[in-house]
Design a protein around this ligand. Structure first.
Ligand code: BG6
Length: 478
């Protein structure tokens, strides 16, 4: 059990994220006995509910998302923690009431404010929180993405929040950092003596980082169309995966040591000119295929939209470790399979007695959590002929224990006040800086996104991007 008692105030409590992820995650932690018995959750939003009406909504909209260990008794004890307060973010007097409710509880020191609202509400929310003292040192604030739509808007959001909260109070969420298998990259690399020496340009020929989704944009067409895959996935989730793969060994596992190393990776990404973007970035948009709609036929998507549902980038990390090694990053909706993975393609051994074979390491985050290494082993029979063989470490089998969802893990980190798995301002803004030439190029480019059929591996242009270097995406490799 966590010894940390807390009040968690969720802004946007009636919204999708709160219902689908935050409340179910808090339930899971509760069911596992990980929440302090007196910890309390205070939902706030504009909806004119009382606590009973809010709980009725939680019952219908949130309970269905609980995947494990549901029991009526645990649920009954969980919802006793929840209270609701109707609040308009722009009304200072509503915050006076919030302040009273929170401060009425003398027994807890820790207050967590989770802003699960559109970023335009962050500034008034922070200002009004500060006016009632809810920015004191015992208050942590959690910011949900999207944190901006470009560098300038991201800087503006960060500056607004920084007027009222110190950096060490700010927890910027990227739920990929809550995934066990991404965190596992650090012990794999820095906790096993044999991997780190070959995790290097002398041995690695190329790196591929993929987040492929089978789903389309579903009911989120309106949001997605002004967002696109670059802002939705590349600037944040893919960037975090890249950092874990490319970073140097941090001095310690302390938040700033880890984040310093991640920042160095983002800062070392080779900047792109507009001509580089034309050459090294492919944007795609899914088209109808079989029974699947194309992006332009999705609900609330304009028929002439140029929003990308797929991005592939050939990037380079300009550090002594990685000079010259291409990093291929890609993400897409309506891809042929759901998969998030990191692939290291090793160089073939020039002096090999067994032909020119290349080893490959795949770290899969989802759907399976595995680490697979492709070896070359002797074929049975006479002669020393070799054949490829896969050695698979299945993390689910390798280590016991309940595997919590990303949001649950991250909420527990916030509760315990550990910042390592949250983005620091400088890191986030550097990432925006790097993607800006891509956004700028696309804003004026006469070339529309490349079409790719729904349920495929993306546009032909993305295949060519690798073919140019003599490489193949992993699904085409043997
Ligand atoms: C979110 C994006 O951040 O990540 C969604 O907004 C995307 O568009 C989701 O579907 C993917 O997360 P996961 O954990 O399912 O890979």
């Amino acid at each position: 059990m966590s010894q940390t008692n807390f009040d968690m105030v969720i802004f946007g409590a009636t919204g999708d994220l709160s219902m689908r992820k935050l409340l179910p995650s808090l339930y899971q932690a509760h069911a596992a006995g990980l929440l302090h018995p007196d910890a309390r959750i205070l939902g706030v939003s504009r909806s004119q509910f009382d606590t009973a009406q809010f709980l009725a909504k939680v019952e219908t909209d949130s309970k269905i998302h609980i995947k494990h260990h549901f029991s009526d008794a645990l649920w009954a004890s969980f919802i006793k923690r929840i209270q609701y307060l109707s609040l308009n973010v722009s009304e200072p007097e509503h915050f006076a009431k919030l302040g009273e409710v929170v401060k009425a509880r003398k027994e807890t020191d820790n207050v967590i404010i989770y802003l699960s609202t559109a970023p335009k509400f962050f500034a008034p929310a922070c200002e009004n929180l500060a006016a009632v003292g809810l920015n004191a040192d015992n208050v942590r604030i959690v910011l949900e993405k999207p944190l901006g739509t470009d560098l300038a808007s991201s800087q503006a959001i960060n500056a607004d929040v920084a007027r009222f909260f110190k950096e060490e109070q700010i927890y910027r969420i990227d739920h990929y950092l809550g995934k066990e298998s991404l965190q596992n990259v650090l012990p794999l690399r820095f906790g096993n003596v044999f991997l780190e020496p070959i995790w290097h340009k002398d041995f690695v020929q190329s790196v591929q980082i993929t987040i492929a989704e089978q789903l389309g944009v579903e009911e989120r067409g309106e949001f997605y169309d002004i967002t696109g895959a670059l802002r939705d996935m590349v600037q944040n989730h893919l960037m975090q995966m890249l950092c874990f793969v490319a970073m140097e060994r941090p001095k310690s596992l302390g938040a700033d040591d880890v984040r310093d190393e991640k920042l160095k990776v983002v800062a070392a990404l080779k900047p792109m000119t507009s001509a580089d973007v034309d050459k090294n970035v492919v944007r795609g948009q899914y088209t109808a295929s079989g029974s699947l709609k194309g992006y332009l036929q999705e609900h609330k998507v304009p028929a002439d939209s140029r929003t990308e549902t797929y991005v592939a980038i050939r990037a380079e990390v300009d550090t002594p470790r990685w000079q010259g090694v291409p990093f291929y990053l890609r993400t897409g909706k309506r891809m042929a399979a759901r998969s998030a993975q990191i692939v290291l393609n090793f160089k073939p051994d020039a002096g090999s007695l067994f032909g020119s074979h290349a080893n490959r390491l795949i770290i899969s985050l989802q759907p399976d959590e595995t680490v697979s290494l492709k070896w070359f082993v002797k074929q049975v029979g006479s002669g020393l002929n070799v054949a490829p063989a896969e050695m698979v470490l299945d993390m689910g089998k390798a280590v016991d224990g309940r595997r919590a969802e990303a949001y649950e893990l991250l909420l527990r980190e916030v509760i315990d006040g550990r910042l390592a798995l949250f983005n620091r301002r400088d890191e986030l803004e550097k990432a925006w800086e790097w993607v800006m030439p891509i956004l700028d190029n696309w804003a004026t480019s006469p070339v529309p996104p490349h079409g790719y059929p729904a349920d495929s591996w993306g546009p032909e242009a993305a295949r060519k991007l690798l073919a140019r270097d003599g490489n193949l995406w992993v699904e085409e490799q043997g």
